[in-house]
Design a protein around this ligand. Structure first.
Ligand SMILES: Cc1ncc(COP(=O)(O)O)c(C=O)c1O
Length: 457
């Protein structure tokens, strides 16, 4: 019997390749469309925002893409991250299930986001770019990109959703410590921000609006600034697959294989990062692991939204993609999982969910914080409110296994720690948080504004 708690890999075990799900996609992906012409986008259009290496990764169908040595060297500061058996949580739940989690909260800024931030800054740097723009919700992505930019000596402007800017001053200070400039979005720095503020000076912001601002600044910079996105896109998910590749090796060390892999989903990158290498094993090696994406009931794109073409941002400047969406004009309730408030979902994940390869469930805020605190008290790590969604469902799975007397093996991605989220925990413990269920009527209303795309594209 294996009594080990931590399953660690050596530096030399750090993956040399990212895994590209597009090579093994069982169903063909829908095209990405230009926001004005609604024709498939060209590399020239995308090159206004992204360097060519990332565009090529976006459309690549190569199964494995080599991780550049410069990126691996930086990954070594915190990777491989440990896989931990949550023995104390298992005991607290009195479950026969085995619960494992991959601890991505051990990166320098406390989440999985630097896995792609470092790679994206690297490819921009070798393309000669001097400055990047981006948006951030909870501040996790902004701090990851600020970290990456400081390593490669790149300037960075971050458009931070205003409600998070107010709730999380320490995240802003962290970004500034790494040398980034941070603005509460909507700002008066862009045409789009000014148009929003003119109608609604107290607008709390949304990821969709912040994306529009960051895209506008890059697109109107005459090529001097490029834009960087922390989730949703194929190349972002590609970079995150180091999580799943390491987990496969570590589950092997533990002598177990997961029956279910769980992750929270905002745009889908940490979930896909851990799940896609296991999906490859399902598709190519006959494994049967259930892959389960968890979203908040306040932003239920996968569980309540339609699967359809929509804009990636609120101002309709970003490409149109086929995805589960709550509509690009979605303004989320100010729940404390700021990183899960995006209106859409990664196209690859949407496609796989639609075709039945990936399951999804939505959980409410209070039950999520209850799970977070149970996990913190058992395992000693305060999880990010986003990651707590995965914990809620991992605990539910473990309790279900107990009822059924099954020795289920559960793996979840602990996408980040919550050390900067104390105000959220305080609000929960002071009974100031509420559940919020995004109403079906609101979805029906916002999807009246979807782009009219010919079904033949
Ligand atoms: C800790 C953490 N987990 C999860 C997410 C959700 O993003 P994604 O679905 O791309 O992993 C975020 C986004 O900010 C985050 O900060």
């Amino acid at each position: 019997m294996n009594n080990q708690t931590r399953f660690t890999l050596n530096e030399s075990d750090l993956p040399r390749f990212w895994y590209n799900i597009n090579a093994d996609m069982p169903i063909p992906p829908a095209p990405v469309l230009h926001p004005v012409t609604m024709e498939p986008v060209t590399p020239e259009f995308l090159s206004v925002l992204f360097p060519m290496d990332l565009i090529l990764q976006e459309v690549s169908t190569e199964q494995y893409i080599e991780i550049p040595e410069e990126v691996r060297e930086i990954y070594k500061l915190w990777r491989p991250t440990p896989l931990i058996r949550a023995r104390r949580l298992e005991k607290a739940l009195d479950t026969p299930a085995h619960i494992f989690y991959k601890h991505e909260g051990l990166s320098p800024v406390g989440s999985h986001k630097p896995n792609t931030a470092v790679a994206q800054v690297f490819y921009n740097k070798i393309a000669g770019i001097k400055a990047l723009t981006t948006e951030t919700g909870a501040g996790q992505w902004g701090s990851a990109l600020a970290l990456g930019c400081s390593f490669f000596d790149m300037d960075l402007e971050v458009y931070m959703v205003k409600v998070s800017y107010q709730q999380k001053p320490y995240r802003r200070i962290l970004m500034e410590t790494f040398g980034a400039q941070v603005f509460p979005s909507p700002t008066d720095r862009t045409n789009y921000g000014r148009s929003i503020l003119a109608n609604d000076p107290d607008n709390p912001g949304s990821l969709g609006i912040a994306i529009s601002e960051a895209v506008e600044v890059a697109a109107s910079s005459g090529g001097t600034k490029k834009y960087s996105l922390g989730s949703v896109l194929n190349h972002v998910i590609l970079h995150q697959t180091v999580i799943g590749e390491e987990s496969l090796k570590q589950m092997d060390l533990a002598g177990e294989y997961p029956d279910v892999v769980i992750g929270c989903v905002g745009g889908g990158s940490n979930f896909a990062g851990i799940a896609y290498p296991f999906l490859r094993q399902n598709l190519l090696e006959g494994k049967r692991t259930r892959l389960l994406a968890v979203e908040p009931t306040a932003t239920p794109s996968l569980t309540k939204g339609p699967y359809t073409f929509d804009y990636g941002d609120t101002a309709k400047m970003a490409p149109i993609v086929k995805m589960y969406t709550l509509g690009h004009s979605f303004i989320p309730a100010p729940i404390h999982a700021g990183g899960l408030r995006y209106h859409g979902m990664a196209p690859s994940l949407s496609l796989l969910h639609n075709a039945g390869y990936i399951d999804a469930v939505a959980v409410p805020q209070l039950a999520t914080f209850e799970a977070a605190i149970q996990f913190a008290r058992a395992e000693g790590i305060v999880p990010a409110p986003e990651s707590a969604h995965a914990i809620r469902v991992a605990i539910d799975e473990a309790l279900d296994a107990k009822v059924k007397g099954e020795q289920r093996v559960i793996l979840f991605n602990l996408s980040g720690h919550g050390n900067f989220d104390m105000s959220a925990y305080q609000a929960y413990m002071n009974n100031q948080l509420e559940d919020y269920e995004y109403p079906m009527e609101a979805i029906c209303h916002s999807i009246t504004d979807l782009p009219q795309v010919e079904t033949s594209v």
